[in-house]
Design a protein around this ligand. Structure first.
Ligand code: DC
Length: 226
């Protein structure tokens, strides 16, 4: 099996580039952020917020009740939370922040680890997240760290949200992005960082097609070696 691990900060274009690259390669695309978002949505529905006293303990106590299942439907990953399709709901900005808040909790990371590894055991996969090359799939044949400047990432994210009709401003998006970048890269467990053997792909000056070309080239080269 070939595994391509793609990590990087918010709005670097990871998921759109990874989704299209996986399609061209005939690989499964696994969006691991969606799993953290599923857990986050559950905590919000239970009225638990970051900043609550005993936040970590409250989230941990909920884990035994939660099932998060990624299912491939017509080639697209859908996320089922306790049997309910929440693929749309987990994209809301408040869920983004909450996912960043639940993700430093070691029990949450453990809870989702095997799920992620099992996907890669059974399929050629292009998996994106924050710790795929460093923790989840350390033996991936290809590791790519996708990034771009914060301003460019915020603009892309803002456009994406505006197209979905989400009411926000570029300034708000840049603030959220900086906060999430900070939280994601400063947590004690599995922080966002580039694996030593990863290829750095800065997409600030690349368009979507160029980014996809680069990822598919790297994956094809690895597949030929196998
Ligand atoms: O990729 P995303 O924006 O959907 O991820 C949402 C949050 O989940 C992100 O802020 C950090 C967390 N996350 C993580 O800690 N590890 C991953 N492999 C993927 C996401």
């Amino acid at each position: 099996m070939i595994s391509v691990a793609i990590d990087g900060p918010v709005g670097a274009g990871k998921s759109s580039v990874a989704r299209e690259s996986a399609k061209r390669l005939g690989f499964i695309y696994a969006d691991t952020g969606a799993l953290y978002r599923g857990v986050a949505l559950y905590t919000i529905r239970k009225g638990i917020c970051d900043g609550d006293a005993d936040y970590k303990e409250k989230v941990e106590a909920l884990l035994p009740e939660i099932t998060v299942e990624p299912k491939l439907i017509d080639g697209e990953q859908k996320i089922f939370l306790c049997g309910e399709d929440v693929s749309e709901e987990i994209r809301k900005p408040e869920i983004s922040m909450a996912a960043s808040s639940v993700s430093p909790i070691p029990a949450v990371r453990d809870f989702l680890l095997d799920l992620q590894r099992n996907i890669a055991k059974k399929n050629n996969v292009l998996m994106d997240g924050r710790d795929i090359g460093t923790v989840v799939l350390p033996s991936a044949q290809v590791k790519i760290f996708i990034t771009a400047s914060p301003e460019i990432r915020a603009k892309r994210r803002f456009k994406e949200l505006a197209e979905k009709g989400v009411d926000t401003t570029l300034e708000q998006v840049l603030n959220d992005l900086n906060r999430r970048d900070y939280q994601d890269s400063h947590r004690a467990v599995s922080p966002l960082k580039m694996a030593e053997d990863a290829v750095l792909l800065d997409t600030s000056d690349l368009d979507f097609e160029q980014s996809v070309q680069k990822v598919t080239e790297l994956a094809r080269a690895a597949a030929e070696k196998e």
